[in-house]
Structure formats: structure tokens, C-alpha cells
Design a protein around this ligand. Structure first.
Ligand SMILES: NC(=O)c1ccc[n+]([C@@H]2O[C@H](COP(=O)([O-])OP(=O)(O)OC[C@H]3O[C@@H](n4cnc5c(N)ncnc54)[C@H](OP(=O)(O)O)[C@@H]3O)[C@@H](O)[C@H]2O)c1
Length: 333
């Protein structure tokens, strides 16, 4: 009960104190191996049964909790506010009823060690890496030492970006805002195909490689539009909701293959796109005005969380949907 109280207090502070540049978040661990012995009573049976239903079938290590707490204190987390983030190996999705085989024990060393905060020797694929959020993700992952592959349709822009990244020494979606009645079937299909079919199919294609790596992480970029009803976005919202559910399913289905799956859900990000002066722009400004950190996010405030979720330091975070929204989704102000 007291944990529930703390969670609600943190949401209230996130809204009340954002104006004073104070961010507030809550970390909610599942069972952590702190050395306490589980006695052989009814409680321990329940406990073992619950661990058996956790996709990553082991206890967390203390430093798998401290890594997230640390990340949330970094400037890199500057737009994360009002969130409750479970570090639970995927236990919380209530539909997670798969009875997996035993998850390979892959427990990181205790204490801070730079390997847990490095992606050296790892390979990443970032779709849509030439602009906006994807571009920032490529930069962040490469900066952490990963070899990054990326894709986009505009070849000239890919070549231009590659040149830029080589100079830096790195080894080298779609949104339509219409009222629901105005969406054509083509609009809807195109959005489904880009935002849902593509990432789903890509995961299927990548599965053998991810499994072979024995330590993989999938991060879907959804949107808070997939969690909350926002004006003029019903079709887009459906695609973003679909991606959130796919991620939760993969988190449970593929944990046995050492593949973690999480979703990052940004609120409005300043990617340079102009907001047109129509009814949508008015709605948009009103919503930004209701955001505790009352500004747009920067792309690198999204890419930092995506990258953190790829790090060994995030090894017990699975099946989570983490909003990067300045506190928008928790605010009733
Ligand atoms: N910006 C926001 O405020 C915001 C908020 C919440 C969620 N999101 C989500 O974050 C993700 C990135 O958004 P963004 O605003 O950063 O987008 P963006 O600036 O428009 O960049 C999109 C990237 O994806 C590529 N791309 C687009 N359609 C593609 C296709 N059909 N096939 C292959 N590549 C394609 C683009 O390159 P080409 O055009 O050359 O193909 C570009 O590299 C999206 O999933 C979006 O829904 C964004």
C-alpha cells in the first residue's frame, strides 16, 4: 500500500514541481537479490511460482535497479518526468502467461563498471536514422561504441549522413493528422504498413540474429498517442497502440532467447517539422501548455532512453512502455 502512495506522490510532484525544474519519477523493482534468504514456508512457494512466471526467470541484481535510478538522474533523462518504470524482467504485463524455458543467467557484475554502460562490440539497426529521433538514436548508439546500420528512403540523404558520421569517426514513420471521418482506407493502410507491419516483419527477420547474439534488445519507438486519445490522430494512435502490444508480447515470448523488448513513447519532439496554422496547431499548443515541462522534447532526450535500454545496465528491464513526455500523461492540471 505504501508503495502505491509513493507512486502517486511522485506523479503529483512531477506536475507540481516541474516549474521549478525538478523532475520526479518512480522506479518499481520486482524481486531483487539482496542476499535475504527465502524461508521454506507458503510464502516462498508463492514466490517461486511468481519468479517462474517472470519472462527473465531470475531475481534482479541490485545494480540492475541502481542503473535506472542513475540514468534518471542524468541530464540525458531531462524530459522523463512523472513515470513509474518497472524493473521486473517483464513480470508486470498481466497477459504474460507464457511458461518459458529457463532464461540464461546473464547477471552483470555488482557495482558500477563501464562495460555495463558501453555498447562496444555490439551492432544496432536503427530504422529511419537520417532525420529526427532516428538520427539522434544513431548518434547516441554510435557514441556508446556500437556499430550502427540505418535505413531510409532518401538515398542522397543517407549518403550525406554517412559522410557526416564518418567525419565524426563513427563506425558506420509517418504522421498524418486528420479527423477520424476524413481518413481514407489508403491513409489507414499506408500508416499500418509503415508503423506496424514494417517493425513487426523486421523483428521476424532479425530474430535469428538477435537470438544468436545471446544478449539482444529491441526498442520500439511508439508515441503517447498510443496510450492517450489525442485530437486528430485516431489512425496513427491505432498503429502506436499496436506496436506497444507487440512489444509486450515479444518481451514475454522472446525473453527465453535473451532478447529484451521495450517501448519508448515520446510526446511531441522538436524535429524541425513546422506546425501548420490550422485547428491542429491550436490543439497542439493547448496540449503543450498542459505539459508540466512545458516545452517540446529534443530528439536527444528520446535517443538517450533508447540507448540506455540497449545497454547491459538495463538487463532486467523488459516489457516496459516508458513515456518521455515531460509529465504530460500523468498530469491532470
Ligand atoms: N516527432 C515527434 O513529435 C514524435 C512524437 C511521438 C512519436 N514519434 C515517433 O518517432 C518516430 C520518428 O519520428 P520523427 O519525428 O523523428 O520522424 P522524421 O523526422 O520524419 O524521420 C523519420 C525517419 O524515417 C524514415 N522513413 C520514413 N518513412 C519511411 C519508410 N516508409 N521507409 C523507410 N524509412 C522511412 C525517414 O527517411 P526518408 O523520408 O528518407 O524515408 C527518416 O529517416 C516515428 O515512429 C514517430 O511516430 C515522433
Amino acid at each position: 500500500m505504501h508503495h502505491g502512495a509513493v507512486i502517486q506522490i511522485s506523479k503529483n510532484l512531477a506536475c507540481e514541481w516541474a516549474k521549478d525544474s525538478i523532475r520526479t519519477n518512480a522506479v518499481a523493482p520486482w524481486a531483487v537479490n539482496t542476499g535475504v534468504k527465502v524461508e521454506s514456508d507458503g510464502h516462498s512457494d508463492d514466490f517461486r511460482r511468481l519468479i517462474g512466471r517472470t519472462p527473465i526467470r531470475r531475481l534482479a541484481q541490485p545494480n540492475e535497479i541502481s542503473s535506472l535510478v542513475t540514468f534518471l538522474c542524468l541530464p540525458a533523462a531531462s524530459y522523463i518526468n512523472g513515470q513509474v518504470i518497472s524493473v521486473d524482467g517483464g513480470f508486470t504485463p498481466p497477459y504474460c502467461l507464457l511458461n518459458n524455458q529457463h532464461f540464461k543467467q546473464n547477471i552483470p557484475m555488482a557495482g558500477f563498471n563501464s562495460q555495463r554502460w558501453s555498447l562496444k562490440g555490439m551492432t544496432a539497426l536503427v530504422t529511419g536514422g537520417t532525420k529526427g529521433i532516428g538520427y539522434a538514436i544513431v548518434e547516441e548508439l554510435a557514441g556508446l561504441g556500437a556499430t550502427v546500420h540505418t535505413s531510409a528512403r532518401n538515398e542522397a540523404q543517407i549518403v550525406e549522413r554517412l559522410r557526416e558520421w564518418e567525419d565524426k569517426g563513427f563506425s558506420t514513420a509517418s504522421l498524418t493528422s486528420l479527423s477520424t471521418a476524413d481518413y481514407t482506407l489508403e491513409d489507414f493502410s499506408s500508416m499500418m504498413s509503415t508503423n506496424v507491419e514494417s517493425p513487426y516483419h523486421l523483428c521476424q527477420l532479425a530474430y535469428p540474429l538477435l537470438k544468436a547474439s545471446e544478449n539482444a534488445s529491441i526498442v520500439f519507438v511508439s508515441s503517447i498517442a498510443g496510450l492517450k486519445a489525442l485530437p486528430r490522430l485516431s489512425a496513427y494512435a491505432a498503429t502506436k497502440g499496436a506496436v506497444i502490444q507487440i512489444a509486450k508480447n515479444l518481451a514475454c515470448e522472446w525473453a527465453k532467447d535473451n532478447i529484451r523488448t521495450n517501448t519508448v513513447a515520446p510526446w511531441a519532439v522538436n524535429t524541425g517539422a513546422k506546425v501548420e496554422n490550422d485547428g491542429h496547431a491550436e490543439d497542439f499548443r493547448r496540449l503543450i501548455g498542459r505539459t508540466p515541462i512545458s516545452r517540446l522534447a529534443r530528439p536527444n532526450e528520446i535517443s538517450s532512453l533508447v540507448s540506455f535500454l540497449c545497454l547491459p545496465a538495463a538487463s532486467f528491464i523488459n516489457g516496459q512502455v516508458i513515456s518521455v513526455d515531460g509529465g504530460f500523461t500523468v498530469s491532470g492540471f
